[in-house]
Each structure stands twice: as C-alpha cells, then as structure tokens.
Design a protein around this ligand. Structure first.
Ligand SMILES: [Zn+2]
Length: 309
C-alpha cells in the first residue's frame, strides 16, 4: 500500500491550539510546498504547573515569537528542544532563549556536509528551504540518542534519527506515549533526503527503529498528528523500497542522469517538486553506489550518468 497522507485545515496563525492534556501547538505563517501550512511549534507542560518545554521554536518571525511568548505567559520555560538545524525549525531558538533564559538542546550545530548541498545542487535547489541550513544555531546542551530530559510533569527521551539531516533528533514524551518526529516522519508528505548529508540508508534504518517502539501518537513539526503510526511508517519504508526498484529498472534500460530519472519516475508529481525530488533521487543513487549496485560515470557527482553494474 502506498502511504496514505493526512491533511488538515489551514490553522489560524498566531493562535495557540491545545492538542492534548500536556501539549499545545502554534503554527508559524511560513507555509510552502516544503513546510505544509507552516512550522508547528509545540509547547509541552501541564497547564496547571509552572514549567514548560518548547519544541522547534521555528523560523525567525516576529509575529510567531510574539504569539509563542503570549502562550507561554508567566510560566518558566525550562527547555528549548530543537529537532534539527533547518531554517524553519531552529532560528527562533536563540531569541526565545535570550528572552526566557531557557537553555537550548540539540544534537549539534548544522553539519558541514549539509552546507555542501547548496553548492552541489545549487541552482536546482536554490528555492528549497530544506537545502539551506541554520548555521548560527549552537545548542547550549548537546544531546544524543537515549538521553533523557526531565522537567516538571514531562519526561523526554531523545532519539538520534539521521536521514533527512545528520543532526536530526526525535523526542519521545513518556507521559503521553507521543513521539515528536520533526521532519523524520510527517503525515502530510514524505521527507526530503538532501544528499550528501541526507542519507537514505540511515533514514530507512531509523524508520525500522520506530517500528520497534511503542509510541501511540506522532507529532511532526509540519502537519497533523499521526495516530496508530506503525502502518504509516511501514508504508513509508515500502514507498522508498519501491523507488529504489524503479530506479534500478529505469537504469537497467540504459544509463541515465538524475534529470532523466526524475522525469521518468516522478511523471505523476507536480513539476514544482521535481527539484526536491532530484535531491531524493541523488540520495537513492548514492546509496545504491555505496552498495555496489550501480556506478557513476565519469565521476560520482550530481551531473553523472548512472549505470547498473
Ligand atoms: Zn528539515
């Protein structure tokens, strides 16, 4: 079964929405073909308590920050958690941290290989926010897989989930059996794997890891929550496996460039997304090359012609 994607109504920007007993969400007004209706910033904590955590403060956007501060009110922000360093997730963390004195938590700064994307696929991905990084963000506290973060009434376990980007974290909220999945798993769309930092093998193994976990609800940074997420994760895995098979079949006929492959494989997809798709196809090709299934002529780069070995 192909993934069954979820939709939701466009939210009222700047208005905080209660989505569960411990979780509220405010969506930033940065809708795009990569961010759906915009960045969903989560505020986590018992409304009757005095302490809160914020997940993915979002882009640099004064109105969004003002709405966020309004929703926080006089509560103490104890933790600012950042899933990864894309410009729709982390830039507001520093302002929020300055105002609230809360430390920021993340895997680490923007990976060097991810900045190479803009050089590598420069012209084709110039308008893709996912290909530019927030190189300013440096977490106050570096956290990694299995680290536990405890606040008043909430307990998070961090999961290191490279694939979309190598510094990606998901956060599991123990009290509500909920996984904040960032861009690793989104209900409204598949995620982009911008090579060379984006890594399809890592992405797939981190989807498989989720199948062994028990969270009942996923809350991505973009789009609606995913209830009963296991079948959806399974369908994402199958979807990528199918793409890999399509690429091998297409190359089996004759050697092709990325552009030719995208035209052939994504013929049913809006052309506006072909540029992002070329990044994903490149990720598939690099993965197949690493596994010795195909080779690149004359050199391994975005302009190569790809050949089944
Ligand atoms: Zn991202």
């Amino acid at each position: 079964m192909p993934p069954v994607f979820l939709t939701e109504e466009s939210p009222t920007y700047g208005v905080v929405q209660s989505v569960s007993p411990l979780v509220r969400r405010i969506v930033a007004k940065n809708p795009s073909k990569f961010t759906y209706h915009g960045t969903g910033t989560y505020i986590v904590g018992d409304p009757s308590g005095s302490e809160l955590a914020v997940i993915d403060p979002g882009p640099r956007d004064d109105a969004h920050l003002a709405a966020l501060l309004d929703a926080i009110g006089n509560k103490n922000v104890s933790h600012i958690l950042v899933t990864h360093t894309h410009p729709d997730h982390s830039p507001a963390a520093s302002s929020l941290s300055e105002i609230t004195s809360a430390p920021t938590y993340g895997f680490g700064k923007h990976p060097l290989a991810a900045t190479e994307v803009s050089d590598d696929l420069d012209e084709s991905q110039q308008d893709d926010p996912e290909s530019r990084g927030d190189t300013d963000f440096v977490p106050d506290v570096e956290i990694g897989n299995g680290d536990v973060i405890v606040g008043e009434g909430f307990t998070f376990e961090a999961l290191h989930t490279p694939g979309h980007i190598s510094n990606h974290l998901c956060f599991s909220l123990e009290e509500e059996s909920t996984l904040f999945t960032g861009d690793h798993v989104m209900g409204w769309s598949t995620t982009v794997i911008p090579a060379p930092d984006g890594n399809l093998s890592h992405y797939l193994s981190n989807l498989h890891r989720l199948l062994e976990r028990t969270e009942k609800t996923y809350r991505p940074t973009h789009g609606p929550a995913i209830e009963n997420p296991q079948p959806f994760v399974n369908s994402l895995i199958k979807h990528r496996e199918k793409r890999t098979a399509q690429i091998i079949t297409a190359l089996g006929k004759k050697p092709k460039t990325i552009e030719q492959l995208v035209k052939e494989i994504y013929s049913d997809v809006d052309e506006g997304l072909h540029k992002a798709a070329s990044g994903s196809v490149y990720a598939h090709l690099l993965d197949l090359a690493r596994r010795g299934v195909i080779s690149a002529e004359p050199d391994l780069n975005v302009n190569a012609e790809w050949v089944v070995i």
